[in-house]
Design a protein around this ligand. Structure first.
Ligand code: FES
Length: 175
């Protein structure tokens, strides 16, 4: 059977993905198994998420290269994914990530107020980490929680209908 637009497969040696632990490879394999063998590259997003989580919340170029090797895809195709989507970070992050949605529903429901509040209260601009390393503040595109705007994703947990006071309470609980 042939597939139109079958992605370009790039062969690598096993040492090219030696940065990935056997446990990580096993987790990535679970995602690869969801697709036909020639489409193993389709697992690139969960693979990057797993690798990022294992690396303290950010991706190095070497790790992206290792993902490319493991998925048999060109490195540049992995860079394209990692730089396009806001959930991937290419620089060291704080111990937590506070991601405030700045898309239309949340803007109409007060996310600008949340953003200004964070900037003033914690002395960080979007993309920056607090001086104590507690969290990195990110403005992000629609989180898909528009119905309960304004929405914030704190690490991997959604919080909705937030006020500055409610957001402070969440941040205060961060270690
Ligand atoms: S606009 Fe903010 S969650 Fe959709």
């Amino acid at each position: 059977m042939s597939f139109r637009n079958t992605p370009l497969a790039v062969e690598h040696d096993a040492e090219d993905w030696s940065l990935l632990s056997p446990e990580l490879c096993a987790e990535i394999d679970r995602h690869i198994a969801k697709y036909p063998e020639e489409w193993r590259q389709s697992a690139v997003m969960p693979a990057l998420t797993l690798v990022q989580d294992a690396n303290g919340g950010w991706l190095t170029r070497e790790l992206m290269d290792a993902v490319a090797a493991y998925l048999r895809m060109p490195a540049v195709a992995v860079y394209e994914v990692a730089t396009f989507y806001g959930m991937y970070d290419l620089e060291p992050q704080g111990r937590h990530k506070v991601c405030v949605c700045n898309s239309i529903s949340c803007l109409l429901r007060g996310s600008e107020e949340l953003i200004e509040h964070i900037e003033k209260t914690y002395d960080v601009k979007p993309g920056e980490t607090t001086a104590d390393g507690r969290f990195t503040f990110k403005e992000v595109e629609c989180l898909g929680a528009c119905r309960h705007a304004p929405a914030v994703m704190l690490d991997k947990t959604y919080h909705e209908n937030l006020t500055p006071e409610a957001l402070d309470a969440l941040i205060e609980n961060l270690e």
